[in-house]
Design a protein around this ligand. Structure first.
Ligand SMILES: [Mg+2]
Length: 128
């Protein structure tokens, strides 16, 4: 099976503020003046071209869905789904495996406002 075929079954869950957009401590600034972090929109396009399903996950309230979608579109972000209203605390991804030798759930912390550049190195980042 080609690597590209495998990628089509993969999913990326990605936070918005602090990862794709610059995190602002003032929520009004985030909503009115979203600033993309360098290379982040390009990275979502890269994932899309590789066949990944992209699910953006954010603590932004559901009431700001339309505004958030417009920001993402205007700034050139590619994604499949937008999950809103998550808390600001830790996020966990749980998935089943056929045996414990297999790994099908990963988590990656990136430094706030450093964007996805820190994924450029390391075993997982180099494949994305
Ligand atoms: Mg965030």
């Amino acid at each position: 099976m080609e690597q590209s075929d495998l990628d089509q079954n993969k999913t990326i869950f990605c936070d918005i503020d602090g990862v794709l957009f610059r995190f602002e401590s003032d929520f009004a600034i985030s909503m009115n003046h979203a600033r993309p972090l360098p290379g982040s929109a390009e990275r979502t396009m890269h994932w899309h071209k590789k066949g990944y399903r992209i699910i953006l996950v954010t603590g932004r309230p559901e009431a700001f869905r339309e505004r958030t979608q417009k920001q993402l579109q205007r700034l050139g972000f590619i994604y499949d789904q937008l999950v809103m209203g998550c808390g600001s605390g830790p996020r966990h991804l749980i998935n089943d495996v056929e045996s414990y030798s297999e790994q099908k759930a990963y988590a990656h912390n990136v430094i706030r406002n450093k964007g996805l550049a820190s994924l450029a190195t390391g075993e997982w980042g180099s494949s994305l």
